[in-house]
Every structure is written in structure tokens, then in C-alpha cells.
Design a protein around this ligand. Structure first.
Ligand code: TZP
Ligand code: MG
Length: 339
């Protein structure tokens, strides 16, 4: 049956992709933990069908994809980073294809194994030193249900994802731990399925439990060094309001800093003082880790923030209080392109 041929082709695709990644981590990056994890994954993929008759369905020479693939330039990899990215994509797409094929065949349990492997591959991709890219984006979305025009946090996150926002923070000051946990669990699924980075504000335990990509801390939260011990490789962001705090954040190992408030804001209670644009300018010239400008940023003043060194802009009210989030983001992006 052709579906077995499809599974066979994808097992090869996944194993080959994993082998390339394993070799890069072993011979180039000399990261033995990563290399071991990839090898283990490759063995699971190979072994799970080792006793089957899959090979009898193989017909590589007559595979329609061969000619297409040999004449295509899409696979040309110019640097190591693109090579790594492309091979993780290959692995993930292959795993998804196997997962779906197994469902069609009624092998639901086995299909779950492939779903789990796909999720593991997302984690490994993050750990593969590509983490620095996580904030290489223009808009940082943050939830706040009380300003969301009656929409739930989940609905707002769905809209943000539709709008193409690539990093979303769950920030919710009014709800119980259980409510926050349940919402984060749902948002984790939505963001994972769409390749969006997910950060949880304040609650390290929730961030770990739902396997968020990161945690965002304030100056009064637990120290970064302690959070690092329990959160491992997770992205840790820290809000900073002055030069001293920015320097300390870098020393303590923050992965990015929040910079603000840039302008007056009524969204945050007990908001800190900052020299706003002047502080942002200093950060843009002196700090080497990624930074996100925050506080009172609107479509009407974002160009000014950009002129003072802003690259990634966190906005709460401007986005969540917009009746059409997709249109709002589109319009901000169009504006950002003008300078
Ligand atoms: N941290 C500094 S200012 C602020 C936070 C969380 C609130 C930003 O909200 P808005 O609506 O974008 O001004
Ligand atoms: Mg906090």
C-alpha cells in the first residue's frame, strides 16, 4: 500500500535530517549532550519500524520527488545556521507526515509517539544555539484581559498569532494560579502549533509546567541566578528601568531585557520611573543582548521610539484594545517600514 511507502520515505527523511544535525553537534559544536539526544531520537525512529515490511514498499528510483529535488536550488545552504534550520524543518515535517499516516492506518498509539518526537525536536531546535533569534522580531505582544474589549486572553492570542506576531507574553495580574495555568496551557498549544515564542510573566512554576519558551521577571521577582537553576535553558527576560539595572541583568545572565517605561502608561499599576527614550538610546548603544522597548508605545509614537534605537516594541493596550488586531499590526508594520 502506498501509505507504507510514504512512511518509509519519511523515516529516511527524518533519520537523515537527524544524522546531519547529530554530526554538526558532534564535530562542529562539540556538544555531546545534544549529539546524544539527536542520536537517541534517530534510534527511536529507526527502531519503531525495524520489524516491519516497510522496505518492501521502497521504490526510490521511481520516486517523483527525486527529479524535482535534484533540479531544485531550494536546498542550497549558504551557512551553518540555514543548514541547521533546514534540517530541523525536514525532521519536523517528516515526523508530522508519519504521525498523520499512522492515524490513517488506525495506529493511534504509535502516532502519539511521533507527535511527542516532533515536540521534542522543537525543544532541541531551541537548544541548538538558535535561541538568540527568538526576539529578532518587531512586535512583542502581551496579554491583558481587562483591556481586551471583552475578549478572553485566548481569543486575543489567537488574533495576535493570526496577525503574525512572533513572540507573545502571558501577563495577567488578576487571576488565580489555576486560571492562569489553564490559560497558559492552552496558549502553549496555540503558540507551539504556530511556531510562536511563548513567555510567561511572573510565574516561574507555570512557565515550567506548561513548557513555555521563557519567563519574564521584574526587579522584585526571584533573582535570575535562582530562576536559571530551576528553569535551565529557558529564555529569561528581565524588566529594567535604568543603566545600572541593565548592566546587572547582563552580568546575571538575562537573555533579554525590557527597557522602559518609554512613555507614560496607565496599563501597569505602580509603574517604575525611567528616563524613557534617553535610557533606550543608551541601551541600543551599549548593551549586547536583545532588548524590548515597553511602556506607552502606540502607532502614533512608535517611529520616535525607533529613532531612539527601538527594534522590538512591546505594546499592551495599543494591541489588545484594538477592535481589529490583525489590521492594527498590519498598519504598525507598514509604518515601521517607512523609516
Ligand atoms: N512594564 C513597563 S510599562 C508596562 C509594563 C508591563 C505596561 C505597558 O503597557 P502599554 O499599554 O503598552 O503602555
Ligand atoms: Mg513580575
Amino acid at each position: 500500500m502506498n501509505i507504507y511507502r510514504m512512511i518509509d520515505a519519511n523515516i529516511n527523511r527524518v533519520s537523515e535530517g537527524l544524522r546531519v544535525l547529530e554530526d554538526i553537534s558532534r564535530f562542529i559544536l562539540e556538544d555531546s549532550d545534544m549529539s546524544r539526544s539527536l542520536k537517541e531520537m534517530r534510534h527511536i525512529v529507526r527502531k519503531s519500524f525495524s520489524d516491519s515490511k516497510l522496505i518492501t514498499f521502497r521504490d526510490s528510483c521511481n520516486d517523483l520527488g527525486l527529479n524535482i529535488s535534484q533540479s531544485s536550488t531550494i536546498d542550497n545552504k549558504e551557512d551553518l545556521l540555514s543548514l541547521v534550520e533546514a534540517n530541523f524543518k525536514r525532521v519536523q515535517e517528516g515526523l508530522r507526515s508519519i504521525e498523520e499516516s499512522l492515524k490513517v492506518l488506525g495506529h493511534y498509539d504509535k502516532s502519539k509517539v511521533y507527535e511527542r518526537l516532533r515536540y521534542e525536536s522543537y525543544d532541541l531546535e531551541k537548544k541548538f544555539g538558535l535561541k538568540k533569534d527568538f526576539i529578532d522580531t518587531d512586535i512583542y505582544g502581551i496579554t491583558a484581559e481587562e483591556f481586551s474589549l471583552g475578549r478572553t486572553n485566548i481569543q486575543v492570542v489567537e488574533e495576535m498569532i493570526k496577525a503574525g506576531i512572533k513572540i507573545i507574553q502571558y501577563r495577567e495580574k488578576e487571576k488565580s494560579k489555576l486560571e492562569k495555568y489553564n490559560e497558559c496551557k492552552a496558549i502553549r498549544k496555540l503558540t507551539k502549533d504556530s511556531g510562536v515564542t511563548f513567555i510567561v510573566n511572573d510565574d516561574v512554576d507555570i512557565a515550567i509546567a506548561v513548557e513555555a519558551d521563557g519567563i519574564h521577571l521584574g526587579q522584585d521577582d526571584m533573582p535570575i541566578e535562582e530562576v536559571r537553576k530551576i528553569a535551565g535553558n529557558m529564555i529569561i527576560g528581565l524588566s529594567t528601568h535604568n543603566i545600572k539595572q541593565a548592566k546587572t541583568a547582563v552580568e546575571k545572565g538575562a537573555d533579554y531585557i525590557g527597557v522602559g517605561p518609554i512613555f507614560n502608561t496607565t496599563t501597569k499599576k505602580n509603574v517604575e520611573k525611567s528616563e524613557g527614550l534617553k535610557y533606550l538610546k543608551w541601551v541600543s548603544e551599549n548593551i549586547q543582548i536583545p532588548y524590548v522597548a515597553i511602556g506607552g508605545i502606540k502607532e502614533s509614537n512608535i517611529i520616535e521610539v525607533k529613532k531612539y534605537g527601538g527594534k522590538c516594541f512591546a505594546m499592551i493596550s495599543e494591541i489588545v484594545s484594538s477592535p481589529d488586531i490583525v489590521k492594527k499590526v498590519e498598519s504598525i508594520r507598514k509604518l515601521l517600514k517607512t523609516i
